[in-house]
Design a protein around this ligand. Sequence first.
Ligand code: PEP
Ligand code: MN
Length: 351
Amino acid sequence: MIIVMKTEATEAQVLTIQKHIRELGFKDHLIKGVERSVIAVLGAVYPELIDEFAALDGVDSVVRVSKPFKLASREVKEDDTVVKVGPVEIGSGRLVTMAGPCSVDTEENMIETARAVKAAGAHLLRGGAFKPRTSPYAFRGHGEKGLKILAAARAETGLPIVTEVMDARDVEVVARFADILQIGSRNMQNFALLDEVGKAHMPVLLKRGMWATIEEWLLAAEYILSHGNRDVILCERGIRTHETATRFTFDVNAIPVIKRLSHLPIIGDPSHATGKWYLVPPIALSAVAAGVDGLIIEVHPNPDQALSDGAQSLTPANFEKLMDQVRTLAEAMGRPVAPPIDELEKAVKTS
Ligand code: PEP
Ligand code: MN
């Protein structure tokens, strides 16, 4: 249920209503919009509550939310959520790109990649230090040492870092180094982990479970949002279908569906969706055409030597080529690529 306040409602009236919600044993969530505030009432609400709250001072209307996900829903929050990561804004209508290797390997490779993707116009650096691998014998990441390498690359280039956390016990250490906590596809329904990143109060990139419906995905986002962390970015990374020609099937439908159902930003991951580097550009462009707020792309200076996902990694030169195409298409779609990170940084400093 959501309580829509009148545009002229006072802060005291909002507080009185929040208190009343808590007295009744429900949770409240205040969402301050441009024009008016909305209070979400979370819990097993019953129809009589609608009349009870509608009669209170400052209330414009009370509406039941029809969807099982509440805080993630556009019914509760109409305007798009913009997630801020340093000077970068995700969901603002300007496309943002994240790029880097699947796994962090050496500091030299990481810095070379960071410089190259920055020169091509990337806004964030990706790289895994804790890697979810299907086989326990595959390379599982450098752990904290990998996080330190990422931090060195950030210090060198100014690119904020997005990196995966796989275990609720590691949230503290990963949060110390990361700018965005990534929840991988395989952990989309690791509810203990979702609870923990919800409490971390920093941006979270929530990848879609490869088996998950859109509703299950938004309910996973709801776990994070329900802890008061509003900075959730969704990532479509391909789902399992009967098709074996590609690693997964990129669900381009999910992009406009999410835009309709939710206010959260959504980015596309054509690397994991296809599994093949030469399929990354067309699928990246399809995501842009469908309206993503950003892309996350695997790039390695020597894909053949990458410790994971080399087959789907672009070389820096191919990434640069793709970025040119993304810029042209994004411009034509009226959702241009955000300016380079150094310009964004400068704009923040002079504002
Ligand atoms: C990754 O980003 O490297 C990764 C493991 O992705 P996913 O969780 O989508 O498989
Ligand atoms: Mn990968």
